[in-house]
Design a protein around this ligand. Structure first.
Ligand SMILES: *[C@@H]1O[C@H](CO)[C@@H](O)[C@H](O)[C@H]1NC(C)=O
Ligand SMILES: *[C@@H]1O[C@H](CO)[C@@H](O)[C@H](O)[C@H]1NC(C)=O
Length: 298
């Protein structure tokens, strides 16, 4: 006589054999805590989640959703392999763009989207015994701008960031909105040009009194980006060079693919930047380089 638990187990094995895929899926989490930005939380927890999993926050572009971004990149399927958890937040205002303009979002514990996202992280850390030293952020376009916001306002929460085609932390500060429809176009047009020191001061203003280290940054941008001008790459690089006190050590051409130049700053452990020749808006996510930067994959 086969016991019921065994049957259930057998059915699960059969399902996975038949489908050949994992049973995990993207699910919405309704009550993750205070939600000043009114963002929605979706999460992907692999079937074989690690005992003390890393957490990646993956942030969509303007007009995007958690579901669209989940389908667009491979962070979830790689989670099946490496056992980390992916949080896909979903913006609900300003044409589904992330707030990168208000003082609230730019300030540690100030509110808006950045605090909503951090509360999603705290919920996940507690519920899944997550590793608070391995919380990471990545995103595309508006999600890349938000990655810089999170790195500046919550350096205590995030260990690393990987923005694809974003803007520096604080570029949109004081703008009436953060979407192409609502934002002051000065940043998108690449006309906000500051010294490295001033950009660094902006980051340091996100969490006054903070003494700890900042998340290491891997910055991606295309030279043929006509949505956010290439100057946004130059300004991001200046900003994080100042925060880390590093300067360009060397360029490595055609890395990780033809036409991409990898710029190594200092010893390459705090800041690297990828300039993608001829690539527009936005640079496609390079999951393997990101997972390697986050220390998850070799
Ligand atoms: C900075 O360091 C001081 C002295 O160690 C500590 O009291 C303070 O809480 C720290 N500030 C922050 C924001 O971590
Ligand atoms: C390194 O590469 C960047 C991006 O292509 C370029 O702007 C810069 O001039 C290069 N610097 C050196 C020293 O080759």
């Amino acid at each position: 006589m086969i016991s019921l638990p065994l049957l259930t187990y057998g059915a699960a094995v059969l399902t996975s054999l038949v489908c050949g895929t994992s049973a995990a899926s993207l699910v919405q989490v309704k009550d993750f805590g205070a939600n000043p930005g009114n963002a929605n939380m979706y999460i992907y927890v692999p079937d074989k989640v690690a005992a003390n999993p890393a957490i990646i926050v993956a942030l969509h572009y303007c007009g995007g959703t958690a579901t669209a971004y989940y389908r667009q990149n491979n962070f979830a399927s790689q989670a099946d392999k490496y056992g980390y958890i992916v949080i896909y937040p979903s913006a609900t205002h300003d044409n589904n763009c992330w707030d990168a303009a208000t003082t609230a979002t730019l300030t540690h514990n100030g509110g808006s989207d950045s605090l909503s996202i951090v509360n999603m992280v705290k919920y996940t850390l507690a519920k899944y015994n997550g590793d608070s030293k391995r919380v990471f952020a990545t995103g595309s376009s508006s999600g890349a701008i938000m990655t810089n916001v999170l790195a500046g306002a919550y350096p205590d929460v995030f260990a690393a960031g990987a923005p694809f085609s974003g803007m520096p932390y604080g570029c949109l500060a004081g703008s009436p909105g953060s979407s192409p429809q609502s934002a002051d176009p000065i940043c998108a047009n690449g006309q906000k040009i500051y010294t490295a020191e001033k950009w660094g001061d902006l980051v340091r203003s996100g969490y006054p009194g903070y003494n700890g280290s900042y998340p290491k940054m891997q910055i991606w941008f295309g030279t043929a980006d006509y949505v956010l001008k290439y100057q946004n790459f130059v300004e991001q690089v200046k900003q994080w060079s100042n925060v880390f006190g590093v300067s360009l050590t060397k360029n490595v051409t055609d890395t990780p693919k033809k036409g991409y130049t990898k710029m190594i700053f200092g010893e390459g452990d705090k800041l690297v930047a990828y300039s993608a020749a001829g690539v527009g808006h936005f640079v496609p996510t390079d999951e393997s380089s990101v997972l390697s930067w986050f220390g998850i994959a070799p």
